[in-house]
Write a protein that binds this ligand. Structure first.
Ligand code: ADP
Ligand code: GN1
Ligand code: MG
Length: 357
């Protein structure tokens, strides 16, 4: 279906009429196809869901509705003050629309906002980390067992390692030779799995966002305060170390995740400190000592794991993440593994910052 036909069809379905409708891509997400659908009445964010990644879109919607309801109650009770991303029903009261060979949903557009791919300064890091902390605190009493496991084993490093080993054995796209050094490096880091195993039972399983990258936060155009936590698709039970670690991974480097300027891919210690301060403040009284201690492992594991996932996808022939060119996943992997090495190199400084919580 041509893009303007899709726009008109979606606009009709979601009650925006069929006059003066336009649709253009927004954001830099790697998974769904995200567009801004504009009509004179209002604008909506519409997403063509990636059904390879999310084979049961109705489960995404069901999870989202539960979380929306919980956060709305918190908002009413004055215990949450960020905007809530809400799914918009069609005129027939469905949340999913089939069109253009795919499944679409609509979300309320949060106007007057922007997202970032690289953290601009210390205050922005602290603001975003604080908002992710507020989100975690608001979900602390949410029964995450109600959620569908939309991606089983999402942050299971042992499973990621096993997939990686399968892919390197098969080398389906004949790319192994072009990244042997990166592969060997990854194979040398699997002690992290034992470190994670040792933690089990010592830190609580919590409702987690599981994708706290900086571009999953909307900031207010005017005040630059945090406006909304977005991309709730991977909200599932997990450890807070995952959400802490993914912030470290995506806030600390001054370079984009796919930058090839590897000399500049490093941890900005002052940003790391801002994440710690911002995230922990709303969790006071909830977070345990062991959880605080687990954050160092979170920083290492989340950065390494995405490096491993990008490298796996490159060797596999780019079946998972959206790419702009054939080396894209390799460049992302090399970037993230460089950041991981810098985290390890800065161990004593970063651990000293964490010990002040
Ligand atoms: P993906 O799952 O592909 O990462 P996201 O839901 O994160 O998709 O959306 C991608 C980008 O679209 C975000 O980083 C943000 O810039 C923009 N965006 C998404 N939802 C909204 C919204 N409700 N209001 C405004 N912008 C949004
Ligand atoms: C994907 O959807 P997006 O772009 O926010 C991925 C995350 C990765 C991230 C790497 C469902 O996040 O797990 O950490 O890319 N999401 C999924 O940038 O796999
Ligand atoms: Mg996203």
């Amino acid at each position: 279906m041509k893009s303007n036909l899709t726009a008109v069809y979606l606009s009709q379905q979601f009650g925006l009429g069929n006059e003066q409708v336009s649709m253009k891509p927004i954001g830099n997400g790697h998974i769904n196809c995200t567009m801004l659908l504009s009509a004179p009445k209002k604008s909506l964010v519409v997403q063509k869901l990636n059904t390879e990644v999310f084979p049961k879109p109705e489960q995404l919607v069901s999870n989202a509705c539960l979380i929306e309801r919980h956060l709305s109650r918190k908002l009413k009770a004055g215990q949450y003050n960020l905007d809530i991303i809400r799914h918009v029903p069609t005129l027939n009261n469905n949340f999913l629309v089939e069109c253009d060979n795919g499944v679409w949903r609509a979300l309320e557009f949060i106007g007057g906002s922007y997202s970032e791919d690289v953290v601009a300064n210390i205050s922005q890091a602290q603001t975003a980390a604080n908002a992710f902390g507020q989100f975690a605190a608001a979900l602390e009493d949410f029964d995450a067992k109600q959620l569908h496991h939309v991606i089983p084993d999402f942050h299971n490093l042992a499973m990621r390692a096993s997939k990686f080993k399968d892919v390197i054995k098969q080398d389906p796209a004949n790319r192994l030779a072009s990244c042997q050094a990166d592969v060997d490096f990854c194979l040398s880091q699997f002690d992290l799995i034992d470190e994670l195993n040792a933690l089990q039972g010592n830190v609580p399983v919590r409702p987690c966002h599981n994708d706290t990258k900086i571009n999953n936060m909307l900031f207010c155009n005017k005040s630059h305060d945090a406006k909304a936590v977005i991309d709730l698709d991977t909200c599932m039970p997990g450890y807070w170390l995952y959400d802490f670690g993914d912030m470290v991974r995506t806030f600390c480097s001054p370079e984009q995740e796919d930058s090839t300027n590897l000399d500049n891919v490093k941890v900005r210690e002052e940003i790391f400190e801002a994440i710690v301060k911002g995230y922990v403040e709303p969790l006071k009284g909830l977070i345990t000592e062991q959880e605080k201690q687990s954050f160092w492992l979170g920083a290492k594991v989340m950065t390494f794991m995405i490096g491993l996932r990008f490298l796996t996808d490159y060797i596999d022939g780019d079946n998972y993440f959206a790419i702009k060119h054939p080396k894209h996943n390799l460049q992302r992997a090399q970037n993230q593994l460089t950041l991981y090495r810098d985290i390890i190199a800065k161990k004593s400084t970063l651990k000293a910052i964490l010990s002040n919580i």
